[in-house]
Design a binder for this molecule. Structure first.
Ligand SMILES: Nc1ncnc2c1ncn2[C@@H]1O[C@H](COP(=O)(O)OP(=O)(O)OP(=O)(O)O)[C@@H](O)[C@H]1O
Length: 287
């Protein structure tokens, strides 16, 4: 595979806090255009890995390249132009509570394009808000006026503000009910397909892994111990992987993914439930 096929290259990553070693010799390549799910037990360093890639955490050692450009510790123009090519949805949305949804979406636009006029900023923000599955009327609302699902979508709208090629999502479906989570998964999949996005997705949600991830990377023992399709991972003899995918929750997620594929689940009914959920979310936020 050539460098041009790799969106993110991590090699020999080392991170730690005091005595605690979080990563030691961690390697991972994210291919362009894929949705890669990142899983691992609590505290295995999934968020620290994401923070190392996006420059919020300086690793003790190792390489991080994004689109072929070395990124660690860099603040120069080249690194800034790479940063503009990604968007991040943090756990919980991380919206500014004193700004409206539209103003939140405008934050990265103002930072990177300080000359954009107010009217254009508003138009771009509305477009991103609708693209994220919110009603345009959500724009003037404050985060506290939104449901959890709507806040995630508002965070996604902000992550999409700069037309990213690469999207980082930290547990995007955590705290959503199953129907809301499935709708969010579908949105991510359709954005990947329509915009050609590469998606780095940290999740504990097995349904998400089965529904939308092209490959899954497993963090354990301070490294990525395996990366591949779920089928490829299942062929491995690692106890955590077997327990995770073949435990009761894993089997349930696999069964429902199979049934969906075989058309046994009534898709129309599922669609209707999703629409009702979206309507309920919109009502909850008054949008
Ligand atoms: N800023 C920090 N200072 C000290 N320790 C930290 C810091 N950030 C993370 N850690 C520690 O690093 C380890 C990995 O944290 P991280 O948040 O990456 O785990 P995770 O795999 O994302 O977990 P979870 O699935 O529970 O979100 C944890 O033990 C955490 O306490």
């Amino acid at each position: 595979m050539s460098d041009r096929d790799i969106a993110v290259h991590v090699a020999g990553l080392k991170n730690g806090f005091g005595e605690q070693v979080v990563h030691d010799g961690l390697d991972l390549d994210v291919k362009r255009g894929e949705i890669i799910g990142v899983v691992g037990g609590s505290g295995t360093g999934k968020s620290v890995l994401m923070r190392s890639i996006i420059g919020l955490q300086t690793p003790q050692a190792g390489e991080v390249e994004v689109f072929g450009i070395p990124m660690i510790g860099r603040e120069d123009t080249e690194a800034k132009s790479v940063r503009r090519r990604w968007g991040v949805l943090f756990q919980g949305g991380a919206l500014f509570s004193t700004l409206t949804v539209a103003e939140n979406v405008e934050v990265p636009l103002r930072e990177y394009y300080p000359r954009l006029g107010e009217k254009l900023l508003d138009e771009i923000a509305s477009y991103k808000i609708v693209m994220s599955g919110l009603a345009a009327e959500a724009g003037p609302k404050y985060p506290s006026e939104l449901s959890g699902g709507m806040r995630k979508r508002a965070g996604l709208a902000r992550a999409l503000a700069l037309d990213p090629e690469l999207l980082f999502l930290d547990e995007p479906t955590a705290g959503l009910d199953p129907i809301g989570a499935a709708a969010f998964d579908e949105l991510i999949k359709s954005l990947q397909q329509t915009l050609g996005l590469t998606v780095f997705l940290i999740t504990h949600d097995l349904d998400t892994l089965y529904a939308i991830c092209d490959r899954v990377a497993v963090l354990a023992d301070r490294k990525v111990i395996a990366v591949g399709t779920i089928e490829e991972l299942l062929a491995l003899d690692h106890p955590w992987i077997q327990e995770y995918f073949n435990g009761p929750r894993g089997r349930l997620a696999a069964d429902s993914a199979d049934r969906l594929r075989e058309g046994e689940l009534d898709e129309a009914q599922a669609d209707k439930a999703r629409q009702q959920q979206a309507a309920a979310e919109a009502t909850a936020g008054g949008a």
